[in-house]
Ligand binder design. Sequence first.
Ligand code: IFM
Length: 463
Amino acid sequence: MSATVPLLPAGFRFGMSTSAFQIEGATDVDGRGPSIWDTFTARAGTVRHGENATVAVDHYHRYAEDVTHVADCGVHDYRFSFAWPRVLPDATTVNPAGLDFYDRLVDRLLAAGVRPVPTLYHWDLPQVLEDAGGWLSRDTAYALADYATVLVERLGDRIRDWITMNEMSVHALYGYALTEHAPGRGLGLAALPAAHHQLLAHGLAVQVLREHSAAAVGVANQHFPVLPASDDVADQMAAALFADLTNWCYSDPILRGEYPNPLIRDGIGTPDAVLDRDLAVIGTPLDFYGVNYYEPTMIESPRAGKDYRGVLEVDIPDGLPFSPVPVPDVARTDFGWAIAPGGLTDILRTLHERYPGMPPVVVTENGASFHDPGPDPTGRIADDRRIAFLDAHLRAVGDAVAAGVDVRGYYVWSAMDNFEWAAGYDERFGLVHVDRTTLERTRKDSWYWLRDVIAAQPAGARS
Ligand code: IFM
């Protein structure tokens, strides 16, 4: 880490991100209905140590204190998500108490001078919708549009910036193609309709939000460089296919109005005429494009060394022709993820080049899990490695800006330690430490570091 703080252009917006299921708890309080993650976590063997999020970090009851930790740091924006099963427990009937909670949260943020930037959907589908087919069903996309209507009608007078969906790729891949996340379907490529229906939901939600005069609408997609393990043609083609399935499958439809690969179109299985109409909806222009970045992925092909030229593009004869392998020679977080800040510059530049004229970018998530111990006897949590990580990634954003990419903001994942899905509570991404027994919050050194970074920035718009 250099002695100076990273400087970004005037008006650059700093933020912190969270999501409902990971922090709220109170899963059976005030009329909330069950979500796929409640069902999944109740199944043996799905989450490390058998943990669940029935309490999580109890943000539902401690939101006022949490807003103070966000606001005191000086961030401009706070990205959180609405819990669909809290707002519409049976997916059709509005739960007034659920809406009241978000009303209180939004008012609290605004009173503290922080702009609320909510995400409509961050993976916690009402179980009742999963029972009806989940994201494999087209109806779930229409249900999300109805849910967006409920939210914007209640909160649209105070919320300026909206994000439709979080990391559709991760949800489709880990929840529908594999079994690591809810709903744990394990369908392989037959999960592609779950990708398409989320994208359709995104497009429909953009239209709903616009009709209700939302000032700025975006999406939060996970993006990362995909590196072939070697220059063998099979590795190169496997990496390109993996990038199509994880990166471009989600940004091409939104920013170019098409899917990147005929394999994807075919796998979705929707008749061409309907698919083309859907793509027009999915491509509804956005005001900003959110990028969540953590690490690059390296891909190798089991066919490397053999001549499979041409085969990978047209069919997959014996299972998926790729497997992720560890990126060599890099430092790692305590979660085992590669620390590669240059990958953030690279992916921002790649997006900028791939989509000329794309909307301004906001890095809607970036952060690292380190297994920080609790406070020392003086109450301090010295998380130097997180500071170094964030410092390097902010500088990487600066490099992208210097290269001409229009990046307008950077949000740290996460405001506080929380429920890291299948990894439970061992993985700590927070700027604020949460004691697992008492749920007491303690600001880490990285929180103070971020406060100082923000205070040192050139003056810019704050509202
Ligand atoms: O915790 C998650 C978040 O829910 C989505 N993006 C990645 C984070 C870290 O894994």
